[in-house]
Design a protein around this ligand. Structure first.
Ligand code: AP5
Length: 219
């Protein structure tokens, strides 16, 4: 089963994707993570990507579709894919549909995570990530343990993202409403859209998502 997690920056897509990987053996395909990896490559493309991401704009469709194509061609997901942060434009959504049909697959559920803008600011500004395994923490809602060790891998280095600042978040939110939110209608009319209350506690959001994944694929 393949699913898309759709929602603005800080909605909790990465947090829920990691839970699904752990619980269901699905494969997380986060274009944000792939691009963060590309930016450390030191190539000209990596430098361009870093500049665009730090300002909060979207990277070009060609680049992200290419990254997803590469991963789908490697075919490593027997438990299904979680598309996290992709697609983000109508063009990306069309491309994903084509790429999946080429390998005889489809998207079963598109989970829209609904969260108020004010909460997003608090979430993103309090976020930190384990540098070793990528586990996501929050200063208030999911603090790093008192011993300073990651609960998943025991790592002791935590990073904050360069684009998690007020100015770049404003641009990221604008990009979401202008370029990504049309996907809500796109998937609604494809009968794939499911909505969850992203303001609920992390475990409660997971429960809502599990309800969809374990329920009928066509509503
Ligand atoms: P990307 O990495 O995809 O970032 P994003 O969409 O902005 O989303 P975030 O990672 O910020 O948030 P999230 O929803 O994963 O929230 P999280 O779980 O961490 O993209 C970054 C950039 O890359 C883009 O701006 C763009 O430049 C580029 N890019 C990526 N994909 C692209 C594409 N397809 N096309 C073009 N460009 C692309 O949670 C946030 C915080 O809240 C955490 O601290 C967490 O602990 C906490 N939290 C989570 N859930 C809850 C909850 N239920 N209650 C309380 N706290 C919670």
């Amino acid at each position: 089963m393949n699913i898309i997690l759709l929602g603005p920056p800080g909605a909790g897509k990465g947090t829920q994707a990691r839970i699904l990987v752990e619980q269901r053996g699905m494969v997380q395909l986060s274009t944000g993570d792939m691009l963060r990896e590309a930016r450390t490559s030191g190539t000209e493309m990596g430098k361009r990507v870093a500049e665009v991401m730090d300002k909060g704009h979207l990277v070009t469709d060609e680049i992200v579709i290419g990254l997803i194509r590469e991963r789908l061609e490697s075919g490593d997901a027997t438990g299904g894919y979680i598309f996290d942060g992709f697609p983000r434009t109508l063009r990306q959504a069309d491309a994903l549909g084509k790429l999946l049909s080429e390998i005889g697959q489809d998207i079963e559920h598109v989970i829209e995570m609904q969260v108020d803008d004010e909460v997003l600011v608090a979430r993103v500004s309090g976020r930190s990530t384990c540098a070793s395994c990528g586990e996501v923490y929050h200063d208030v809602t999911k603090p790093i343990p008192a011993d300073g060790k990651c609960t998943v891998c025991g790592g002791t280095t935590f990073t904050r993202r360069a684009d998690d600042n007020a100015e770049s978040l404003k641009t990221r939110l604008m990009a979401y409403y202008k370029q990504t939110s049309p996907l809500v209608g796109y998937y609604y009319y494809a009968h794939k859209l499911r909505m969850v209350d992203g303001l609920a506690e992390i475990s409660e959001v997971s429960g809502q998502i599990a309800g969809f994944l374990d329920g009928p694929t066509k509503l």
